[in-house]
Design a protein around this ligand. Structure first.
Ligand code: BGC
Length: 734
């Protein structure tokens, strides 16, 4: 094994510079003479997507296991399971000699229109961060690296190479950086990928605030930072400000950087630091190498199926119409039942090793009449008529609809939340023909359900659920398993309710994150807006009873007892939200700060312990430039969804953090009256003046800045002694 410092000492400056860019599209520079191999990096994130170099057509990828897309992974709320996914993807990486998987992505979901939402975990930074950490730890435990992407502020596809995301410090840290921070601190990804866009005026790959101040200094990150493919705008600035290597290769700008070095515009020390980070990455990859020549593809397929089973969200189930009984007569409608729609478009789109479509699986358990319904987005008159005919006299209809690659893909944002027009037409016609129609949504993220939500008894969110989604959905529909997925993002009633509606995707240059920290349920709950289906929602075939909420603040943990009161084995995710009862700065109504998923047999009870987030009671306080905790009362909510709060308890949190800015003489009498640090003194002064709340002059006085109030006091008919006393009282807070 090579020694990094030794190799660095032997490299010429040009060789060091060559490490600062890939050698090829998917490969880093290596040096055979020093035993430094040229390692392979490839997408990601829900499986290995390695280009087939022997193929004669472009975009041909070697077959690998396709796991559910990230939004679905997050809906499992099962970190152990996602850790296993990471491990099994790493094995496939070894099989294909891949050293770094380009994922996971933890960007935010400020708008449901964002084209890559399916590739990101959740609208909630805590859930995203924890699922990402589990995934990264899984992959890296097998000696393969990950690339946490896209750092940061990449919440849209529109003008992604050009747009500048304007984000307040508070929203940046609490919402958009938080999942990165959790993943960096809990899983230490080997690499991190800088985004295309700029953040607050500086392109992400050369943004020294993000790359140096936050990542290296505050979070103590020691891995290597790469650019997204083609994201380096100014190579000199980028390396000077914290980027270790540019992708993809070959290094067309190596010569340019060498010239800049000669001109003294980049130091030897900076080049050494960057080259050392790249060499360390190559070394980790070399040490982690495993010779895997055989994959148990069936076992990986089973794991993909298990994730799919745990991610399916039963949104609606009137009169317990699901699960269906076996051997009934069912019409199955829709191309996506036959040709599974299991992943989205763009750089995450893979070649599946094997695919289980739903139709043949459904045929094993019921008497099925199938009708194609549509091809991609289009329904012909004949297809419509066949679908309607198939539905007649059936015990139930299962209708598969969803979005296509033209709708949900990298590179574009959606323009609305609607399903394809023809799918909506088909839904109407099928519901008309048979009202017992279960709608299965094959979408990577939220869609508008308004036109049919009240007409159908059951809706199932089946996501882009990976290569084994056909058997998973069959088991769920026919009750072999109870659904246990919970929504990783809110379903608003309509797009217009979304807080970023009037500021997404921004203008030509800038997109302003005007909604601040009020993203997703943080907004809907604070505004008390009704939603179609709330964050964390997901029905079960069983019922759960919550009891005995106990809080141990010294351990930062919560315990709850949950009982399965239904007839079947089922899993429940207990979600802990924290609601600040009173706060100095506007804070969301509640925020997720812990969760656990537990499996319960009928009648079984378990007492589960949930360790809360290390920042459970903190928020980012702009005037302190850091996270801080405001002392006071907080309600802890043990919930089955963000809108299904089962148990609450109030705790009194002590803190000396100066979250509230102490009033000065420039602030008002009322502000002095409201603050415990100035109350006693202003109260004393008011008593001297014989003015109390309720006095006819109180309204005028309380709105005056202290300085003005003092001028007024000077002009009042008062004894010199009282006037002097008033002055003395105020001067206590100079
Ligand atoms: C995407 C990245 C991806 C890279 C390599 C970029 O367009 O934004 O997520 O890893 O391409 O395919």
């Amino acid at each position: 094994m090579f020694d990094v410092k030794d190799v660095l000492a032997k490299l010429s400056i040009q060789e060091k510079i060559s490490l600062l860019c890939g050698d090829q599209t998917w490969q880093l520079t290596g040096f055979e003479k020093h035993n430094v191999p040229s390692i392979i990096l490839t997408d990601g994130p829900h499986g290995v997507r390695l280009e087939d170099k022997s193929a004669t057509t472009p975009f041909t990828f070697l077959p690998a296991t396709v796991y559910p897309a990230e939004a679905a992974m997050a809906a499992t709320f099962n970190t152990d399971l996602i850790h296993q996914v990471g491990q099994s993807i790493a094995k496939e990486c070894h099989f294909y000699n891949v050293s770094v998987l380009l994922g996971p992505g933890v960007n935010g979901k400020r708008s449901p229109l964002a084209g890559r939402n399916f590739e990101y975990y959740s609208e909630d930074p805590y859930l995203s961060g924890h699922i990402a950490a589990a995934f990264i730890n899984g992959v890296q435990s097998e000696g393969v690296g990950t690339s946490l992407k896209h750092f940061a502020g990449n919440e849209q596809e529109t003008r992604r190479f050009l747009i500048n995301s304007v984000i307040s410090q508070r929203a940046l840290h609490e919402i958009y950086l938080r999942p990165f921070e959790i993943a960096v601190k809990q899983a230490n990804p080997w690499t991190l990928m800088g985004a295309y866009n700029a953040v607050n005026g500086s392109p992400a790959c050369q943004n020294s605030y993000l790359l140096q101040d936050v990542l290296r200094e505050q979070w103590q990150y020691e891995g290597a930072v790469m650019s997204d493919w083609g994201a380096t705008r100014d190579k000199l600035e980028a390396h000077n400000n914290g980027l270790d290597f540019e992708m993809p290769g070959p290094g067309k700008q190596n010569e340019f950087l060498f010239e800049q070095f000669k001109l003294g515009n980049i130091s030897q020390q900076t080049i050494d630091t960057r080259a050392l980070n790249v060499l360390n990455l190559i070394k980790k990859a070399t040490e982690g190498k495993q010779q895997i020549t055989k994959i148990n593809w069936q076992q990986h397929n089973k794991l993909s199926e298990q994730v799919a089973k745990e991610s399916i969200v039963l949104l609606k189930n009137d009169n317990h119409c699901l699960p269906l009984s076996k051997n009934i007569n069912v019409a199955v409608i829709g191309q996506f039942a036959k040709d599974s729609r299991f992943q989205g478009g763009g750089s995450s789109s893979m070649t599946a090793k094997m695919v289980t479509h739903a139709l043949p699986e459904l045929e094993k358990v019921a008497n099925i009449t199938f009708a194609q319904g549509y091809i991609e987005e289009n329904v012909t008159t004949t297809q419509l008529a066949e679908a309607v005919a198939a539905c007649k006299n059936k015990d139930a209809v299962i209708l598969f609809v969803g979005t296509t690659d033209a709708i949900e893909t990298e590179g574009f944002d959606r323009t609305d939340l609607l399903l394809p027009k023809d799918h909506l037409k088909l839904i109407d016609a099928v519901l008309e023909a048979n009202s017992n129609t279960i709608i299965v949504l094959n979408c990577g993220s939220v869609v508008d359900l308004q036109s049919f939500v009240n007409k159908t008894p059951a809706i199932v969110m089946n996501w882009f659920n990976g290569q084994a989604s056909g058997s998973a959905i069959t088991d769920m529909l026919f009750g072999k398993i109870s659904p246990s997925g919970k929504l990783s993002e809110s379903f608003p009633i309509c797009l217009e309710h979304n807080p970023s509606f009037d500021c997404f995707p921004g203008g030509k240059n800038d997109v302003e994150y005007k909604e601040e920290t009020l993203v997703g349920y943080r907004y809907y709950d604070t505004k008390k807006l009704p939603v179609q289906f709330p964050f964390g929602h997901g029905l079960s075939y069983s019922n759960f009873e919550y009891s005995d909420l106990e809080i141990d603040i010294t351990q930062n943990s919560v315990t709850v007892t949950v009982k399965n009161t239904g007839q079947i084995q089922a899993k429940e995710t207990i979600q802990i939200y924290i609601h600040p009862i009173k706060s100095y700065l506007l804070r969301p109504e509640q925020e997720l700060k812990g969760f656990v998923k537990t499996d319960l047999a009928p009648n079984e009870s378990k007492t589960v312990t949930i360790v809360l987030c290390d920042r459970a009671f903190e928020h980012y306080v702009p005037h302190l430039n850091r996270y801080a905790c405001e002392a006071g009362l907080y309600e802890i909510r043990a919930s089955s969804s963000s809108r299904d709060i089962r148990l609450t308890q109030t705790v009194n949190i002590q803190s000396n953090d100066p979250v509230k800015i102490k009033p000065t003489q420039k602030d008002t009498v009322f502000e002095w009256f409201e603050d415990e640090r100035t109350f006693a003194d202003i109260d004393e002064l008011l008593k001297l003046l014989e003015i109390q709340p309720g006095h006819f002059f109180w309204g005028i006085l309380k709105s005056l800045p202290i300085e003005h109030a003092m001028q007024m006091i000077n002009n009042m008919t008062l004894s010199d002694e009282i006037r002097a006393k008033c002055k003395e009282i105020i001067s206590r807070h100079d």
